[in-house]
Design a protein. Structure first.
Length: 733
């Protein structure tokens, strides 16, 4: 009986073991099938998100050398970790050179820290075999956070045991070389096609080493003006965001569409424009469809297609503008949305009081530590249709150490490399001091200010220290501000372009008038011009449209207009020829000479002319003419209005560009001066009060003089009358 039970138990155990083995084999087999069926493209999960298997790179580099002098010095580099990154690693490469007086016997060091936490130190010394030295080290993963981070490079340099000598010795230098960088590597999170993710993954934050375009905007071959306008408006919005992403963005016609494995695509047109890409039964709707899906042409599930389709021209523009309203888009958690005519899509400009705080600039508070001269720089731009003036002012609120030598310590402010004022630091105000300065008349007035705040922090009873613990400090608080008025630029010059086509950070009643049929290459080149304008656009409620020259109306001509084309492709060129400074000849095959430039042949046949002036059709508006007898020369010349390095060569209001890309610029208009009342309006409050007091004084002085003269004249008449009566009485006698 026992043997029977024992055998039964053994058989049951064998069955149990066999069942476990069978389950395990089935599990392995099914897993293998799953892997093979998915092409072995397995993504690791991270908090519910899949990630790309390919690792991406983003590098943040110094573009110029940074020089240190003295014992204690530091410089900060800022880098960003995108919210769409996973498994982020960061590597620091510091390229530096050091003075020849520092050797192994000297105690000189370099220290690296991120967000205030030190993570690496190294002794440094001069090496005869290497003019530029290189330090490469990884940032600890726990110090890397999403958003902006600060890498601080600090140097402690000693030439001798005498601390005073080291601080004042100009030979005690250390240079961080250009090319110093932070290289981040990461895996992009795969978007699940939510519209709220836009513009991700159509724009990704990474270095672009690919020859392929990252993003294509595609419109129909038989495009309408509204479809081209919608493509350019979307392109301008994306190009503004692209300043930090550096993706390649292009516009093309569907017939020239190249299906790329690594290219995101955005299709703009009517419901029946792209039947191979998208079909819908109800294609008669006036609503604008926005839909995101995985690309049909890529195995990478993070390469996407977006359809922006509408049969109504106005609502197509509304749909594109909706994508520029981040508050609206952030609410769309699905992959499909239909924009109707009642949806409010405009972004409304803030009502500006004129006060721009350091906090709103994204600067926050400024901290400066260490003895002697300590400086911090701030850069700020206002819209290009505005200009800083004497009525504008800078006010800084500050705190500083109370252990300074207050007979020698002061703060100085510079604007565009010009000192505008200084103030001695005061011990009684060490925890609550302020300085207000108006912008002087002798600085260069543009829409850009480069502000430098320098503190001379001199310690009392000691000139220098070997340790930094008791070093003085100064802090400029985040509520410090610029106060700016409302002063518009005068005239139409390339120095103030994108104004007036963009005004107060929105498109300003602007029309681009183009030939009836543009090639994809030409369309893309013009798209880059509008994208360059779009970098100054912050709000989507401005008015911009593209009009084929055969569709131009009288009302269209009354806008701010950009006229593009040859005399053969755009009829407006011949209409405005009488207003051109470099006119075409009778056959419209070459330009004629003028008082600025004598043109020769065949040079005059192969040049492009840019003219920026008052519009022929509305003297309250601007007209930018981009024309040439040669279509290729004209298209190539557009680099000057789409590439920052090229645009910087433009000045004045007229440019001649040859087929080699060489440029000559001219100022053809005479500058006008502002009326006196406008100059008075620009004065600051104190200056206006002083002007009023002087005016009243002059008025009172004139009145006093008039009364005095009147009184003396009356007195003279009275005296003469008395003398006359005496004479008459005398004669009677």
């Amino acid at each position: 009986m026992k043997g029977y039970i024992s055998n039964k138990v053994m058989r049951n155990n064998e069955k149990h073991i066999f069942g476990v083995l069978f389950f395990f084999v089935c599990f392995i087999f099914s897993t293998a099938i799953l892997i093979f069926n998915t092409g072995a493209e397995v993504f690791a999960a991270s908090e519910g998100n899949n990630i790309e298997t390919t690792e991406s790179i983003k590098t943040y580099s110094l573009s110029n050398d940074i020089s240190f002098n003295g014992t204690f010095s530091s410089h900060s580099i800022y880098f960003n970790v995108d919210k769409w990154w996973e498994n982020t690693k960061a590597e620091v490469q510091v390229n530096f050179s050091i003075n020849q007086l520092i050797d192994n016997s000297k105690n000189s060091y370099i220290k690296l820290s991120v967000n205030g936490t030190p993570f690496y130190s190294q002794k440094v010394y001069y090496r005869a075999d290497s003019e530029v030295q290189q330090l490469t080290v990884y940032i600890p993963k726990e110090l890397i956070k999403t958003g902006s981070s600060e890498l601080k490079i600090e140097a402690y340099l000693r030439l001798s045991e005498d601390p005073c000598v080291d601080d004042v010795n100009s030979a005690n230098w250390f240079v961080i070389k250009d090319g110093t960088n932070i290289k981040t590597t990461f895996n992009n999170i795969i978007s699940n096609n939510k519209i709220s993710d836009f513009p991700y993954p159509f724009l990704k934050n990474h270095d672009n080493d690919s020859d392929l375009e990252d993003l294509l905007i595609i419109i129909p071959d038989d495009y309408t003006d509204s479809e081209l306008s919608a493509a350019y408006i979307l392109n301008s919005y994306l190009q503004k965001l692209n300043d930090k992403y550096e993706n390649k963005i292009s516009i093309t016609k569907y017939g020239d569409f190249q299906k790329g494995e690594n290219t995101n695509n955005i299709f703009i047109g009517k419901f029946n424009s792209f039947p191979n890409e998208y079909t819908e039964e109800n294609d008669q709707s006036d609503e604008c469809l926005i839909k995101i899906s995985n690309s049909l042409y890529s195995k990478n599930t993070n390469i996407k297609n977006m359809m922006i389709l509408c049969n109504d021209d106005d609502n197509l523009i509304r749909g594109v503008k909706a994508l520029g309203n981040q508050e609206l888009i952030s609410q769309l958690s699905g992959d499909t949305y239909k924009v109707n005519k009642d949806l409010k899509v405009d972004t409304v400009p803030d009502t500006k009081s004129g006060k721009i705080t350091f906090d709103s600039m994204g600067i926050g508070e400024i901290q400066l530590k260490g003895a002697f001269r300590r400086e911090a720089g701030i850069s700020y731009s206002i819209p290009k249709n505005k200009v800083f003036s004497e009525s504008d002012k800078l006010k800084i609120f500050m705190r500083y150490s109370d252990n300074l030598d207050f007979d020698k310590s002061l703060v100085t402010v510079y604007v565009n490399n010009t000192p505008i004022g200084s103030k001695k630091l005061d011990k009684s105000k060490a925890l609550n001091d302020e300085l207000e300065l108006s912008l002087p008349s002798d600085i260069s007035y543009t829409n850009y200010l480069d502000i430098k705040i320098g503190f001379d922090l001199i310690l009392k009873d000691t000139y220098c220290e070997k340790r930094e613990e008791n070093m003085p400090w100064a802090l400029v608080t985040r509520d410090s501000y610029l106060y700016i008025g409302d002063n518009d630029t005068e005239g139409y010059y390339f120095s103030s372009y994108s104004a007036p086509f963009v005004k107060d950070e929105m498109f300003n009643d602007t029309a681009m008038i183009v030939p009836d049929s543009l090639s994809s290459k030409e369309m893309n080149s013009l798209g880059k011009v509008i994208g360059f304008l779009g970098k100054d656009v912050a709000y989507n409620n401005g008015d911009f449209k593209v009009i084929s020259n055969s569709n131009v109306t009288a009302d269209d001509k009354k806008k701010n207009i950009i006229v593009y084309g040859t005399p053969k492709t755009n009829k407006l060129i011949s209409e405005i020829n009488d207003k051109l400074w470099f006119k075409y000849d009778e056959s419209y095959s070459k330009f004629l000479s003028n008082e600025k430039l004598q043109l020769t042949e065949p040079f005059s046949y192969k040049i492009a002319n840019f003219q920026f002036d008052i519009s022929k059709y509305n003297n309250q508006k601007a007209m930018l003419v981009l024309t040439s007898p040669d279509n290729k020369v004209l298209e190539d010349s557009l680099n000057y209005l789409s590439v920052t390095e090229m645009f910087q060569k433009l000045n004045g209001d007229c440019a001649i560009i040859d087929e080699e890309g060489n440029i000559k610029t001219y100022k053809m208009k005479k500058e006008t001066t502002k009326p006196v009342y406008e100059k008075v309006e620009e004065l600051g409050g104190n200056a206006k009060i002083m002007l009023i007091i002087i005016g009243l004084f002059i008025i009172f002085a004139v009145i006093a003089i008039v009364l005095y003269l009147y009184k003396n004249k009356s007195k003279d008449k009275s005296d003469k009358g008395k003398i006359g009566s005496r004479r008459r009485r005398y004669n009677k006698k």
